[in-house]
Structure formats: structure tokens, C-alpha cells
Design a binder for this molecule. Structure first.
Ligand SMILES: Nc1ncnc2c1ncn2[C@@H]1O[C@H](COP(=O)(O)OP(=O)(O)OP(=O)(O)O)[C@@H](O)[C@H]1O
Ligand SMILES: [Mg+2]
Length: 318
């Protein structure tokens, strides 16, 4: 049964700003950013997707023109005086995009050596939040490129949370370890509030023993970090995994999300469930925050019961 909103949003609410990040290419970052953003918008929550990749795949996936005149992420990063609202494009009901353009590749060298360059996106988002004429976004999803330069670091500096799209293959744990170290470094130097929400398994083949072993390893790795002071202390493997589904690979070339292109396909169902899970988790965290405003996200995750083996078992069998 579809999840219905627990409570109306008020202007004082925080936004859940998520960087979808993995230095490895082709793991499902863009597919997840676009379709998850569309699922969350479909659940009635105002959502912004920021395309931080000069390849502009998320922009194109939404059917937007990356070469159209008008402001983009490039302007927001290179001109701190630019109004970030001018870089917003309304893409669907409840869904806005801050598009990419090929010039974005030049931002890295143009800004090299500029003080505060990593924080520009974060301040642009803060300005949007303060602007009463800008949409009051509840979710912001950032599609990062497969590299660890200025663009990804800008995303990580602006985020409150990192979600890692990946495949459950046998080198997964090794890759995740390196990625988490990077997040730890960013938390120390750029963004002390950054935490790892968890992993979304993409192009998933649940049938193989090997896949199940990798998922168990990942969950074991996160469970072992519960009492350590690391940004992935309360991370999880989100349910459900996104099954391999050809419709998900087809829809970008039509400039459509999976919900536009094949709303009945397994890919649509998986992203819808994931979207509902993220919305539900956020509502629960907000309820806990209302009761105890001084709690950190990590403490709230524990109190709201969204963590731990029992919660995950219940989720899997739901
Ligand atoms: N669940 C899925 N089933 C089938 N194909 C998928 C699925 N998820 C992603 N793909 C396809 O896999 C390819 C890589 O996915 P995607 O572009 O989302 O990865 P990415 O991590 O954003 O890549 P890059 O690192 O280049 O930005 C794309 O062709 C996409 O359509
Ligand atoms: Mg991509």
C-alpha cells in the first residue's frame, strides 16, 4: 500500500540533502538519482535534483536540454553572486532540476586555488532556503560524477548525507572501504555534519549465492561500526535492492523517468518502494527531532528504530 504523508510540511523543516556518490563509473548513480527523485516527488514531496556531472546524464534523463541558454550548476559554482533560483528548472510535478552543462568540466580548473570553492554549492542551497519565492524543497538529491574532484566535493560539502549506489560484486567491500574513508576526510575538513545514510544496490541479481554473501558482508561491516565514531556508524543497506531491468536502461534515451516510460515495470516498483522508504525514514526522524531538537541525525536514527538487524529483517519480509 503506498505510503501517505504523516504530517504537513512547515517552512521550518530541514531539507534532506543527499549526495549520491561512488567514484566508480557506471554503478547506477544517475539512474538512482533521477528515478528516486521522481519517486519522492511522486509521493508529494518537493524535490530538487542537482546534476553535478559534466556528462549531464541526469539532465538529459529528465528530458532537459543541457545546451539550452540559462543558468546551470556551472553558474552557481563559478559566480558566487549568481541567484541560484535562476538555475532551477521545473521538470515534473514537485520535481525541479538544477541542470548541468558541458562547461561544468571547466569549473574545476577555473576555480583552482579559489578560497571557499568547495562551499559554494552549500551556500547556494542556503540562499535558496532563505528565499521565500524559491520552492521549499524537502529533498535534494545530487548526482555526482565518477571522480573525486571539485564537483563531487562540492556535493559532499553541501550534503547532510551520502548514499552510495553500487553493485553487490566481490570487490564491493574493498571499494566501499575506500569511499567511506573519503567521506570521513570530507567530514573532518569540509562538513562536520556529514553522515552516510547507506547503500542502494543497483542492477541487482538476488538469485545468486554470491550476491547474498556480499550483502551479508556489507551489513556485517556496518553493524560492526555501530559503536565507533565514524560517519557510517548508522549506515544501512536500503531495501529493496533495484533489480536489473532493461526498462531502466531504455528510458533515459527518451528523456523520461521510469515512471513516465514504464510505470508498471519492476524498476518503477523498486524505485517507488525506495522513495517511500526514504520519505518514511525522514518523517520518523523529523518526529523524533520535534520531540528532542538537540539530537543528531545519528541518535535520531537509533531512537526511531530505523536501524539494526531486527528493523532490517522486518523490512525485508514486508
Ligand atoms: N537496474 C538497472 N537495470 C538495468 N540497467 C541499469 C540499471 N541501473 C542502471 N542501468 C544502466 O547502467 C548504466 C550505468 O548506469 P548509470 O548511468 O546510472 O551509472 P552512473 O554511476 O551514473 O555512471 P557514471 O559513473 O558514468 O555517471 C546505464 O546505461 C543505465 O541505464
Ligand atoms: Mg552518472
Amino acid at each position: 500500500m503506498p505510503y501517505t504523508p504523516a504530517m504537513p510540511r512547515t517552512a521550518s523543516r530541514l531539507a534532506r540533502v543527499i549526495a549520491l556518490m561512488n567514484q566508480k563509473g557506471g554503478v547506477g548513480k544517475t539512474t538512482t538519482s533521477v528515478n528516486l527523485a521522481a519517486a519522492i516527488a511522486g509521493a508529494g514531496r518537493k524535490t530538487l535534483i542537482i546534476d553535478l556531472d559534466p556528462q549531464a546524464h541526469a539532465t538529459l534523463h529528465l528530458g532537459l536540454d543541457a545546451s539550452a541558454p540559462g543558468a546551470s550548476v556551472y553558474d552557481v559554482l563559478t559566480d558566487p553572486a549568481a541567484d541560484p533560483k535562476l538555475a532551477l528548472v521545473e521538470a515534473r510535478d514537485n520535481l525541479w532540476a538544477m541542470p548541468s552543462e558541458t562547461d561544468l568540466a571547466a569549473a574545476e580548473s577555473e576555480l583552482s586555488g579559489v578560497t571557499g570553492r568547495f562551499e559554494r554549492l552549500r551556500s547556494a542551497l542556503a540562499r535558496l532556503r532563505e528565499d521565500p519565492s524559491a520552492p521549499d524543497f524537502e529533498f535534494v538529491l545530487m548526482d555526482c560524477p565518477p571522480s573525486l574532484g571539485l564537483l563531487t566535493l562540492s556535493g559532499l560539502a553541501a550534503a547532510r548525507e551520502v548514499i552510495i549506489p553500487m553493485q553487490a560484486h566481490f570487490l564491493a567491500l574493498q571499494g566501499v572501504g575506500k569511499l567511506l574513508e573519503t567521506v570521513g576526510m570530507v567530514r573532518q575538513r569540509l562538513n562536520q555534519n556529514l553522515s552516510v545514510g547507506g547503500i542502494i544496490l543497483c542492477m541487482h541479481d538476488a538469485q545468486t549465492t554470491h550476491t547474498r554473501e556480499v550483502v551479508d558482508d556489507l551489513e556485517g561491516f556496518f553493524d560492526a561500526a555501530r559503536d565507533q565514531d565514524v560517519p557510517w556508524r548508522f549506515a544501512r543497506v536500503y531495501q529493496p535492492p533495484v533489480r536489473r531491468n532493461i526498462k531502466l536502461a531504455e528510458c533515459p534515451s527518451f528523456g523520461q523517468t521510469i515512471f513516465d516510460y514504464a510505470p508498471w515495470a519492476p524498476g518503477a516498483l523498486d524505485y517507488q518502494k525506495l522513495g517511500e522508504a526514504l520519505v518514511r525514514e525522514w518523517d520518523t526522524m523529523n518526529e523524533a527531532r520535534d520531540e528532542s531538537p538537540s539530537l543528531s541525525d545519528a541518535e535520531i536514527r537509533v531512537l526511531s528504530g530505523s536501524m539494526g538487524v531486527d528493523a532490517r529483517r522486518a523490512e525485508r519480509s514486508a
